[in-house]
Design a protein around this ligand. Sequence first.
Ligand code: ATP
Ligand code: MG
Length: 558
Amino acid sequence: MSDAPKVSHFLRTIIREDLATGRATRVATRFPPEPNGYLHIGHAKSICVNFGLAAEFGGLCNLRFDDTNPETEDTEYVDSIIEDVRWLGFAWDGAVRFASDYFTQFYAWAQHLVREGRAFVCELDAAQMREYRGTLTEPGRPSPWRDRPAAESLALLERMRGGDIPEGRMTLRARIDMAAPNLNLRDPVLYRIRHAHHHRTGDAWHIYPSYDFAHGQEDAIEQITHSICTLEFEDHRPLYDWFIDNLPVPSRPRQYEFARLNLSYTVTSKRKLKQLVEDGHVEGWDDPRMPTISGLRRRGVSPAALRDFVERTGVSRSESVVDLGMLEFCIRDDLDKHAPRAMCVLRPLKLVLTNWPADRREELHAPAHPQKPELGVRMLPFARELWIDREDFRMEGGKDFKRLVPGGEVRLRNSYVIRAESVQRDASGEIVEIHASVDPDTLGRNPADGRKVKGVIHWVAVDSAVDGELRLYDRLFRDAQPDSGEGGFLGNLNPDSLVVLGGCKAEPALARAAVGERFQFEREGYFCRDPRAGAGGVPVFNRTIGLRDTWADGGKGH
Ligand code: ATP
Ligand code: MG
């Protein structure tokens, strides 16, 4: 992938050194999502880091679902995650993997720990377990079941597995150190009883491994060399290492942590995103206002723009919040370079060229992209009746208004210079039509008499226009820190984050726009064809982003 130039960061340095010193002879990474929601932009970072580093060093990256929590997981999430990783442009090594593929192995390893005196079946309930656990300043107390004979634990574990024991009655715990300063080492739970149906293993299991007991061993089974994760797992590393030290695992992965991606004006927590969906604040996980990969895709963001953004945010071990403006910059930069141009009138007002014959049609041409002649030209039918945008006409101008006023001239983009002569109003006094005259000698050149025409407005011909619905999106939250303030993130929702405009008029070629195809609607912004049709079956275009950053300098959006 020929994305932005790469700056070095600590993970690159570590891998380079590992390869140079022979501590590693190859690079194997993995992306390990839990299938309990759709992926968000933070996950995009983890995907780019893991797949990107593997590719950079000639290694491989696995896609592995950490499906150890049957209640919250679903195949809908599995499918969406697979689609998202592919769309971002990455390919995993071999088949998609699942933690549940290793349930039998984990169970055998749990029995091994019990036999070695390093695990036991505990009958404390959750509240008691908390109480026995101690605090950061006080050591914990051993469970009364800690020294029960291995044979007894093994028999109970088998009954737990078979479904004989009610949920919450027993757990399997490691037997490490109740006085360890690191709370994760105070006899952590390895298995819980859950009489739940699993999306892959069905009803085969009544116990499920904890994330901690599964994670490192999955990496060991898959011969992962560099287990890259986010900083919240740093304190779990000694526990992962303890499992690796005490189990006959086939390899020894090493874990490295980096800081999560946090973005202003954005929530990146699956739980909160799920709440936005379930409470109906957005239309679904792929609502174009969502920071999910599927939302960004539907919005019109390209995979290259997202990869570029992730690369620019770097990789470090210190927590920070990245300005959303940086993502928007990457999106705009990419679209400016690649999106073909088109004209679409958002709030149509009819303009009649009184000196153009009613039966005369002309085919004008404009480049699809001003800097990319290879994208070809587009044909723009021109006729007596045109649509222009209501906002491009005023009865009275002013020195900042460079568009059309009665008696004034503008250039129709890619076309002629026209002069507004008069307006027609309906019974209520609203302007419904503008009568104008066209200067026929101004196609592709300035008026011969040296008149200066400053304004340029866009237009489409009435009889060949395509009807469309435009969806103008803005930031979902008003506050840069959505969680600040009393109502939490739900109290910070931007009521103007979606404006739907019906009856828009687009140039004819847009009827054939493919789903996901991106355009710059000249003077209006970047838009992308939505998968769903609008009212009356018309095509829908989502505004990906405006042409300029209207939030900078204390602006308040579009
Ligand atoms: P969330 O906190 O949104 O629920 P999660 O960490 O529980 O996310 P997982 O499915 O466990 O979700 O995440 C898969 C991988 O993505 C993990 O390795 C995790 O560290 C990484 N990841 C999650 N959020 C971010 C983020 N904001 N920045 C970078 N990596 C992230
Ligand atoms: Mg997680």
